[in-house]
Write a protein that binds this ligand. Structure first.
Ligand SMILES: Cc1ncc(COP(=O)(O)O)c(C=O)c1O
Length: 445
């Protein structure tokens, strides 16, 4: 194989790439370049080994460099590199859909393929509107998202999302008719809760207030992340998601779970819907679906949603939506190989096995200087730091940089350090990550 491990580019060669969600000038002055990956580790351009405490970007759940995925992708490329799925099909797309519904929550047995989390979200929102229309309720077009929610960067996902910086730069270019639930982070009541916080279930009742304001007959769907990662790991209070489900049922509103980060084993079950025993009507996924190796996303729906579209003459297209690369054969091959690994190594439940070790390890950071909260669930962890006066995010950014220098890649968002390691993690890795992070927090004024 002629894998291209490029030499580190010169500083002047870094300009052309406008990097996403990155402080471009800071990065290009002090680049952090990764050139190789295997198992729990990356290697930098200057040859340092770095432990990956965030599974790339919450996606490499089976760890890096999985030979099985490489081989499946290579095989598929040599047999058929591309085939359309508009009015055509190819066998492994159907095989993958069947394999996915076999691990999905009850009744979620239809799958629409996309190429990313953002596309999954926009697809789910469009399906929700078209579903109501197909049932003669075309006036149901509103969405209810949540403050601090992250649903990707499409116009739909941005509109239902609730992260201020992701919205404010784009003016009023939002979907009309979107409202937001309050977020569920309350350090005053819930600081240092282990697993789900006890306080806050009543926040779900805010949905009743929004329904009273807009009238249920105008609302298509509620979309939330069961656990949100991007805004700094926000957990649902005990009973909160069940309450959202009850209210949606009462008013015939679809419930969408955005499981782009919680899907594929992150919380100790294949999906958070199963871990929390709440089944949504639609579920958006991506990331761990293909172990990050080839971009892919999938929207799961309840059969009733799919069936609502299956009307009219049989030769008409039922949903005018799709992507050139929906169910791309190479992505399907990567996803099937990923699912094989998950099954063989029991990775979709491994987070449950490790969660108490993980919980104790991350909560050992309670009491360190500036630590104002620690949160955990499954193999997710977060340490929230007191912001420096007038400089939100600066302290955590310094911690992120120093951790990387010391061989641990974490993720910083605001003043939160988020952790979401590959599910293959061993106890020794957990100790190393927490030891380094603790040391860095101690040294960071
Ligand atoms: C909950 C959630 N939804 C959607 C997305 C967007 O996914 P992508 O970056 O693949 O478009 C993300 C990405 O982190 C996410 O966490």
């Amino acid at each position: 194989m002629n894998a291209r491990i490029s030499p580190a580019p010169a500083q002047s060669d870094l300009e052309a790439f406008w990097m996403p969600f990155t402080a471009n000038r800071q990065f290009k002055a002090n680049p952090r370049l990764l050139t190789r990956a295997e198992g729990m580790h990356y290697w930098t351009a200057d040859g340092r080994q770095v432990i990956d405490a965030v599974a790339g970007l919450w996606c490499v759940n089976a760890g890096h460099g999985r030979r099985e995925i490489t081989e499946a992708v290579t095989r598929q490329l040599s047999v058929m590199e591309y085939a359309p799925t508009f009015q055509m099909g190819h066998p492994i797309a159907f095989e993958l859909a069947n394999r996915l519904v076999a691990i999905a929550p009850p009744g979620m047995d239809r799958v629409f393929f996309t190429n990313s989390g953002s596309e999954s979200v926009d697809t789910a929102l469009k399906i929700a509107i078209a579903y109501h229309r197909a049932r003669g309720a075309g006036q149901r077009t509103r969405f209810i998202g949540r403050e601090k929610g992250y649903h990707g960067v499409g116009f739909g996902g941005m509109s239902v999302g609730g992260m201020v910086n992701n919205r404010k730069f784009f003016g009023s270019s939002m979907l009309p008719g979107v409202d937001h639930l309050p977020h569920t982070l309350d350090i005053g009541h819930n600081a240092f809760s282990r697993n789900l916080p006890q306080w806050g279930m009543h926040l779900a009742n805010e949905l009743e207030r929004l329904i009273a304001l807009h009238d249920a007959s105008t609302i298509a769907a509620v979309i939330v992340e069961p656990i949100s990662g991007s805004a700094g790991v926000l957990l649902p209070p005990v009973g909160y998601l069940k309450r959202l489900r009850e209210i949606c049922d009462k008013h015939d509103i679809l419930l969408i779970f955005d499981e782009v980060i919680t899907g594929f084993g992150r919380v100790g079950k294949p999906f958070a819907a199963q871990a929390f025993d709440v089944t949504p009507d639609l579920m958006t996924t991506a990331k761990g679906l293909s172990n990050g190796a080839i971009p892919m996303g999938a929207v799961f729906t309840q059969r009733k949603v799919y069936e609502a579209f299956m009307q009219g003459p049989e030769n008409t297209i039922e949903l005018f939506h799709g992507y050139t690369y929906s169910a791309h054969p190479v992505a399907c091959a990567a996803a099937l190989a990923t699912l094989d690994i998950y099954a063989k190594e029991e990775l979709l439940t491994r987070a449950a096995t490790l969660s108490s070790t993980w919980e104790d390890a991350v909560h050992s950071m309670r009491g360190l200087p500036n630590v104002i909260d620690v949160r955990n669930y499954g193999l997710i962890g977060a340490v929230e730091l007191e912001p420096r006066a007038g400089k939100p995010g600066a302290r955590a950014f310094d911690v992120f940089l120093k951790c990387f220098e010391r061989g641990v890649m974490v993720r910083q968002t605001g003043d939160v350090i988020a952790l979401s390691p590959p599910l293959i993690i061993e106890r020794g890795h957990i100790a190393q990550i927490v030891e380094t992070l603790s040391q860095v927090i101690r040294e960071t004024a």
